[in-house]
Write a protein that binds this ligand. Structure first.
Ligand SMILES: C[S@@+](CC[C@H](N)C(=O)[O-])C[C@H]1O[C@@H](n2cnc3c(N)ncnc32)[C@H](O)[C@@H]1O
Length: 372
């Protein structure tokens, strides 16, 4: 079940109650630290600054550029009046495009049909309590309010319960998931996902729930850590890194401390590029463990057959082999059992242009299936 209903607009700063604060100053011509990117963090005030960041192939701070949008729309084929699910709302880039298709304002004669007569509805899930209200507010300003957008702060492992709570017992016409973390989460050092900048070693998509990455590391044994590094990110030096990390006298509390520790563990054993790849894999594996990403994905995949109406479509964007393997297997098994009528054998990838303009699209793979 959902933990909150964030359809209510996010609380605004009360200017009269908040003392004026000088904006952070930065050295040089471009802000480097997240907190200094005040223009990117206020896109309505500074649209030109956003355009310039996008033109450089970067993602503006506080935003997420949606990936493979045309391919996702082609696969899911959302139509006016349909019911859809976006299991990973994030910044709402994909959700906005679904809503434009299923709930277009111009096909409705409100005086004749009532305010939501021909408009479809989208159930949107995200477990991130910080981003969800901002996205709900952003989409409401675009005309997609709580009459067509049902946003719930919850793990997508609870998809079936959310459909039931909404009275959608026969399921939805399409379900979409864009796995992993958003740019807003990765880029904000305070969330602890990145080792590019120092921050608390947290990595929780829902920081109000479960163990932080630092706590998880402190509790894990050498064997558990080595297993996670192997299973979640195919790290070739898993045991060496695990032993070295667990031999540290004090708890690794920050992202930079963990990255440095992994570099030290591998010093002299691999070249610099290979060591940086290991650091990335360690961060990926920890993130997967802290958020139980594979447990949630498997729960979602199990529920899909009943979450989709007959001929319903599902599309899932995966970003590494652990995710892709699970989605591929579930769709192939469903095809064999007659649950799905079709699925793709060749994954859909981002074009060279999209990879250039949004490098975060490079590892993405789109898999889809159609319910029998
Ligand atoms: C890659 S982003 C989605 C971006 C989105 N498609 C857009 O256009 O902005 C993934 C989002 O899914 C959320 N998420 C990841 N796993 C989740 C889960 N198991 N349950 C609910 N939300 C999840 C993350 O918090 C993040 O906001």
């Amino acid at each position: 079940m959902s933990e909150t209903d964030p359809n209510a607009p996010a609380p605004r700063d009360d200017a009269s109650a908040t003392p004026h604060r000088r904006r952070p100053r930065y050295k040089g011509t471009h802000p480097r630290r997240y907190a200094e990117k005040y223009k990117e963090l206020a896109p309505e005030q500074y649209p030109d600054a956003i355009e310039r960041v996008l033109a450089r192939g970067q993602t503006p701070a506080g935003q997420h550029v949606p990936i493979l949008v045309d391919a996702v729309l082609a696969v899911l084929a959302p139509r006016p009046g349909e019911r859809g699910v976006d299991a990973t709302l994030g910044f709402g880039g994909h959700a906005q495009r679904f809503l434009e298709r299923i709930a277009p304002r111009d096909v409705v004669d409100e005086a004749r049909d009532g305010p939501s007569a021909a408009r479809g509805e989208l159930l949107a899930l995200d477990q991130d309590p910080l981003q969800l209200p901002r996205t709900v507010e952003r989409l409401a300003k675009l005309g997609f309010g709580s009459d067509v957008l049902h946003a719930r702060r919850t793990n997508f492992a609870a998809l079936g319960a959310e459909l039931t709570a909404l009275g959608w017992d026969d399921g939805a016409d399409f379900v979409f998931a864009d796995l992993g973390v958003s740019s807003m989460q990765i880029d904000d050092p305070a969330r602890g996902f990145t080792f590019k900048f120092d921050g608390p070693l947290d990595m929780r998509m829902n920081p109000k729930k479960g163990l932080s990455a630092a706590q998880w590391l402190a509790r894990a044994s050498v064997e558990e850590l080595a297993q996670a590094l192997t299973d979640d990110s195919d790290e070739p030096h898993a045991l060496r890194i695990a032993r070295f990390v667990k031999a540290q006298r004090s708890e690794l509390a920050t992202t930079v401390a963990l990255a440095e520790c992994v570099r030290e563990a591998l010093a002299g054993r691999a070249d610099d590029d290979a060591i940086e790849s290991s650091v990335r894999r360690v961060f990926q594996a920890l993130r997967i463990e802290v958020n139980d990403e594979f447990g949630a994905l498997e729960a979602l995949l199990r529920q899909l057959p009943t979450a989709l109406r007959a001929q319903g479509r599902v599309g899932i964007l995966t970003f590494h082999s652990g995710e892709d393997r699970r989605v591929k297997k579930a769709f192939e098994r469903g095809l064999k059992d007659g649950v799905y009528a079709s699925t793709n054998s060749d994954v859909v990838r981002a074009s060279p242009e999209e990879r250039r303009s949004n490098p975060r699209s490079a590892p993405a793979k789109l898999r889809w299936a159609r319910r029998a």
